[in-house]
Design a protein around this ligand. Sequence first.
Ligand code: 48F
Length: 262
Amino acid sequence: MPIFEKSSENAVTRAIVSQFAKDMESYANTDVIVIGGGPSGLMAALDLAKKGIRVLVIERNNYLGGGFWIGGFLMNTITIRAPAHKVLDELHIRYKEFEKGLYITPGPLACSKLISAACEAGVEILNMTSFDDVVLREKNRVAGAVINWSPVATLPRQISCVDPVALESKLVIDATGHDASVVRKLEERGLIKTPGFGAMWVEKSEDAVVEHSGFCHPGLIVIGMAVSTTFGLPRMGPTFGSMLLSGRRGADVAYKHLKSKK
Ligand code: 48F
């Protein structure tokens, strides 16, 4: 007796294609697009999805999590400063106190639990997909994202003329880390000026990043290390509390904005 139910190659292919096509149709017009699935992007997406907002994360890698798998210098212990450890409590991520107000947790545990919480809350994910450009509307308001398969960028020139597609949304959140890829696109068009991130100063940086998380241009919210790049704030190195609280602040700003437009 075979162990598995009967099926066929064509059924497996049809199952993948038909579901993906349905998903893409719904992604074409959504409430919020988060570019970048690192800790700040996942946190923002999780909070928004929990409030019933339709949110799509675009991630250029196959895997989600960004820098949250590794603590720093290829050592996978994550550090979190109070009060951000309360987010670990919410997500049922175990941690230890290293010294007063500074907590440690294994990167693979924290990262996989954050990804899982976001997926369980209903966040949609489009991985192996790169942000390419913004959609702009009246008064240069950001109104969506132009995207392409990540591998297209690595194709030889003679076969790389693959047009991207565009997705519309009410808001876009730049969570692309130090690159601030969405903000940089606006800079290329002379719509914004980014000073780039400053030198390391953990005490200053974590507060400043959370405080500056929010709108940086109509239709565009910036969170995580992209905030540092956008506003010229110091970097904080391998500590992640402000990434979680910045994502939370960005989600709060987005939610209030969406509610005010209803
Ligand atoms: O870099 P990343 O983890 O950003 P973050 O959420 O957190 C920063 C920390 O990891 C750490 C730190 C503070 O502790 O200094 O660096 O701000 O995650 C950014 C994600 O965005 C993706 C990238 O692959 C990563 O997963 N990303 C970047 N550019 C693009 C993109 C793009 N053009 N299209 C799609 N995804």
